[in-house]
Design a protein around this ligand. Structure first.
Ligand code: UDP
Length: 600
């Protein structure tokens, strides 16, 4: 690392070379445009070399260079820890030979937080949305701004840039959950990261199979790490943000504890659906706005005709071996059309279009199920699991479907019958082969009836089981489906429950009286929350907590009215602390009003 940084410093090279770089840079600046492809970029560089005019752009370039030399790099971040930090930079530079970001210090540069060497314990921030992954850290190398004189002429990137790592761009679930959703909402967090923003992916991978999806985030072509060297040895981002918001992620992949929903989920279906809608608009798709699936209207029967079920199939691994039979059974059971989709056969846009109006999505466990975020409200997600895989342990799609406001109904089916599974012990280990293990271990795995809890990502027993093909037992599948459908909320009856919360109850008061030496009364009253008079709420209730001062426990009461006189368990000459809050529709809690101190 140090050696190549030295290379970056030494390579000022011939004057001619330096001049060319600054001409190139000047033109890049002038047209506010980085090339669309590496090839296009080469053209542009070539053309620029032949260009004789320096004009205004040259001046702008020198203004930028002077600003960098005088002010150095400026960084201000949010977040207390490296795991929740996003940093905004002026003039963050990148040395492509050293593959290092560079912070230039001058008297005017700013570095907040200024962590000293804690910046390396373990890093300034996570560059991907996966928490604290040791291959995804971001940091920079420091230099005095004065050293710029000895360095290659920088190329300035005029666009506001978002710098991040994609976590696993080969896998559709990871693309949406780890990259697209976090990038989308990071861009909403900082208003200058608009549709003209430039994304830079630093994880070092190639475009990958889903690059078109990343392109939907901004009108500008995203840049890959390997392309940065085309811009010269030293590249400076005039304005950039580094890192991704983790606010929208709901799943942890099991690096430190077995995989599962994140401990503190901060996203609801509302934000997921807004993201889905924005992505659809970018793909020029409009959802046929469902007249609430299956109900309400007089043309209810007509609609049934248009309803359909999707079977999302995989064509290389983790197959459903009797797909035709499954499709027939579904069509018969629900009297609906059944459509099959696969990532191998349809474009992403056409898949999304189909999913966005489907009534039910049936699929083997796998990344393709992330497309359920495009399902209409009220739809059903049916996830199938191969033999010996416990659906309760692998819940990225269940968690998604169950987010409040997602309004999806989730059902899982599991193959309990070993005769219906096909294993592949001789495949490569990453597709679940176990031939590389010693005999005893192979035998143990083959005899095991359920994969024990494990960490990501190379547990051979897990891979062996999850890459099995499955003959879906139709009676068992239909039984699970029928049972599961019983708990599906009826769209006719259950109006979409508002997620608006009550405000604080107002003017809470208490009055007390002593009846006898052992009996007393405590009357508590309050006014409705301010926002209630503007809302239509099905059921409004109040919760009152009464705690005798100094005790750890309290008595909770649920009341429909705005005052109540308590006499049970109320002692004379005692101080009670009383909390009151409003609850909408049984589950939507409001805040407690200031505590009342009531002395009998
Ligand atoms: N994939 C696919 N068809 C297949 C197997 C995989 O479309 O037959 C896709 C899958 O949806 C995912 C990627 O290839 O986007 C990687 O699949 P893998 O089985 O490794 O991951 P998983 O689906 O278990 O997350």
């Amino acid at each position: 690392m140090r050696a190549s940084l030295a290379a970056c410093r030494m390579s000022v090279g011939a004057l001619l070379n330096g001049l060319l770089v600054s001409v190139v840079a000047a033109l890049l600046w002038k047209y506010s445009k980085l090339s669309e492809h590496a090839a296009l970029l080469e053209d542009e560089l070539h053309m620029t070399r032949q260009s004789q005019e320096l004009s205004q752009a040259h001046i702008d370039y020198h203004v930028a260079l002077q600003a960098l030399q005088e002010h150095g790099t400026r960084m201000v971040c949010t977040g207390k820890m490296h795991t929740d930090r996003i940093c905004r930079f002026d003039y963050l530079c990148y040395c492509s030979e050293a593959e290092e970001f560079v912070f230039f210090h001058s008297n005017a540069s700013v570095m907040l937080p200024n962590l000293g060497s804690r910046r390396f314990q373990p890093a300034l921030l996570d560059l991907s949305s996966v928490e604290d992954h040791n291959t995804q850290y971001f940091n920079f190398v420091e230099l005095p701004a004065a050293t710029l004189k000895f360095m290659p002429k920088p190329v300035f990137v005029p666009d506001v840039t978002l710098i991040l790592n994609r976590f696993n761009p080969d896998n559709l679930m990871h693309v949406l959950h780890d990259d697209l959703l976090p990038a989308f909402y990071t861009m909403r967090q900082y208003s200058d990261l608009d549709h003209e923003a430039r994304l830079v992916f630093m994880e070092g991978w190639g475009e990958g199979p889903h690059f078109d999806l990343y392109k939907l985030l901004s009108s500008k072509q995203p840049l890959l790490k390997e392309q940065l060297r085309n811009f010269g040895k030293l590249m400076c981002f005039t304005k950039s943000y580094v890192g991704l918001s983790k606010m929208t992620t709901w799943y942890q992949y099991g690096f430190v504890q077995p995989q599962g929903p994140k401990a503190n989920i901060l996203v609801s279906g509302i934000e997921i659906r807004q993201f889905a809608k924005a992505l659809m608009e970018k793909m020029n798709l409009t959802r046929v706005e469902e007249v609430e699936k299956g109900g309400g209207s007089s043309e209810g029967k007509e609609e049934k005709k248009d309803e359909y079920i999707i079977v999302f199939s995989r064509s290389t691994t983790r197959l459903i071996l009797n797909e035709a039979e499954l499709i027939l059974a579904l069509a018969q059971e629900f009297q609906m059309r059944v459509v099959t989709l696969s990532l191998e056969e349809q474009s992403f846009a056409s898949i999304v279009e189909m999913i966005s109006s489907a009534s039910m999505l049936v699929s083997m466990h796998g990344a393709q199920l992330i497309t359920s975020l495009f399902l209409p409200r009220g739809a059903v997600v049916v996830e199938l699991f191969p033999f010996a895989v416990n659906p309760e342990q692998y819940t990225p799609y269940k968690t998604l479907a169950s987010l409040p406001g997602m309004d999806l109904h989730y059902i899982s089916w599991r193959n309990y019958n070993e005769d219906d599974t096909v294993t592949y012990p001789d495949r490569p280990w990453e597709q679940g082969g176990i031939a590389h293990l010693d005999r005893e271990e192979q035998e143990r795995i083959k005899l095991s009836q359920e994969v024990p809890r494990h960490l990501c990502c190379r547990n051979p027993e897990w891979l062996f089981r999850i890459y099995q093909d499955t003959m879906v037992n139709i009676p068992s599948f239909l039984e699970v489906l029928k049972q599961g459908m019983k708990t599906k909320p009826n769209p006719k009856k259950s109006k979409p429950v508002s997620m608006l919360h009550p405000g604080r109850v107002r003017e809470p008061q208490c009055q007390t009286s002593v009846q006898t030496s052992t009996e007393a009364k405590l009357t508590v009253s309050w006014q409705i929350p301010w926002n209630l008079k503007y809302l239509k709420v099905r059921e409004v209730k109040y919760e009152v907590w009464i705690q005798e001062q100094g005790e750890n426990t309290y008595m909770p009461y649920i009341l429909p009215q705005q005052n109540y006189t308590f006499s049970e368990n109320i002692k004379p000459f005692t101080t009670y602390l009383v909390w009151v809050r409003c609850i909408f529709n049984r589950t939507t809690l409001g805040p407690f009003a200031d505590v009342l101190t009531c002395r009998t």
